[in-house]
Design a protein around this ligand. Structure first.
Ligand code: NDP
Ligand code: A1CAB
Length: 270
């Protein structure tokens, strides 16, 4: 199977590393290109053994799957450059906001899927939402699922839900790192000992959520002794309306995914 990444940035690298480490895909099956950063391409080839080229006839020759991993603002240029070499292979876009119909508008035909993974794909722990147009065969759907299950969990969603998936889990790891920045700052007196405590606290909480069959609220209440330290700490979060702030964060990221679609699809739909 020949898989071609168009775009060689953070998301492409996370997927390439995760797919290679999964042993589901041979690194020799993976090709990558970008716009002009040849140093970047050479680094990916050296680090992961993938093939890279700017020679599109060679790049797309016998390609089974094309994975579009450019920024939304670059989508039309990238899709237009692909079109002469596109033979209705399965094309999977990981772009925030960009709709399947916009891709169909440019390519005019073909099996198009949209996925919203995250960079935890790097270690095989991505959370991916996946949508299809009506042109995918059952085997193409299976292949799309196998790519994203090789880098973490994958859930089929209606395309209309992908903006929310983007705001929730596409961007989600950044929200967690944001909280960790605050925890690390607050625990500065622990020096290098702080991060191991933080990491294990996160791992433990995630595992409890996954295995305890209890709601986050009940898990939190089980820690919050009356008049205790947790109650005092959470009161500081409540008086600063942190829960509302997090909800607003996810809503704004979701809304921005919709804005990106309007911004780049209306501009480029001619
Ligand atoms: N980063 C993340 O956590 C996630 C990102 N995404 C989505 O993935 C996409 C890529 O994001 P990210 O990897 O962070 O972005 P980066 O800026 O890191 O990478 C973008 C890549 O696209 C390449 N590119 C731009 N234009 C073209 C073109 N016309 N032809 C070929 N390659 C081109 C760039 O090449 P060059 O450097 O040569 O210009 C670069 O390699 C975005 O649409 C984003 O919404 C989805 C989920 C998570
Ligand atoms: O910030 C972004 O637009 C991309 C999409 C989801 C995560 N990163």
């Amino acid at each position: 199977m020949k898989i071609v990444f168009v775009g060689a940035g953070s998301m492409a690298e996370a997927m390439i590393k995760g797919m290679k480490n999964s042993n589901e895909f041979k690194h020799t099956d993976i090709w990558v290109t970008n716009r002009h950063d040849n140093v970047r391409l050479n680094k990916l080839s050296e680090n992961y053994g993938v093939k890279s080229t700017y020679d599109f006839p060679q790049l797309f020759d016998q390609a089974d799957i094309i994975i579009l991993a450019v920024k939304p603002k670059d989508a039309k240029e990238a899709l237009t450059s692909i079109k002469p070499f596109y033979n209705e292979q399965l094309l999977i876009s990981v772009l925030a906001g960009l709709s399947i119909s916009f891709i169909e508008h440019i390519l005019a035909r073909g099996a198009i899927a949209r996925a919203m993974p995250n960079t935890s794909a790097m270690i095989g722990e991505s959370a991916t939402g996946l949508s299809f147009n009506s042109q995918l065969s059952d085997s193409q759907k299976d292949v799309a699922r196998s790519i994203f299950s090789s880098i973490g969990s994958v859930t089929y969603v209606e395309e209309s839900r992908l903006d929310l998936v983007t705001g929730l889990s596409g961007s989600g790891p950044a929200y967690i790192y944001y909280v960790v920045e605050a925890m690390e700052k607050a625990a500065a007196d622990l020096g290098d000992d702080a991060m191991p405590f933080i990491i294990q606290t996160l791992k433990g909480a995630a595992h409890m959520l996954e295995t305890s069959n209890q709601s986050p609220e009940n898990l939190r209440k089980a820690i919050t002794s009356e008049g205790g330290t947790t109650e005092a700490g959470i009161a500081e979060l409540d008086c600063r309306q942190v829960k509302d702030a997090f909800a607003a964060c996810i809503k704004e990221a979701t809304d921005h995914s919709e804005r990106l679609r309007r911004q780049f699809e209306q501009t480029h739909s001619s």
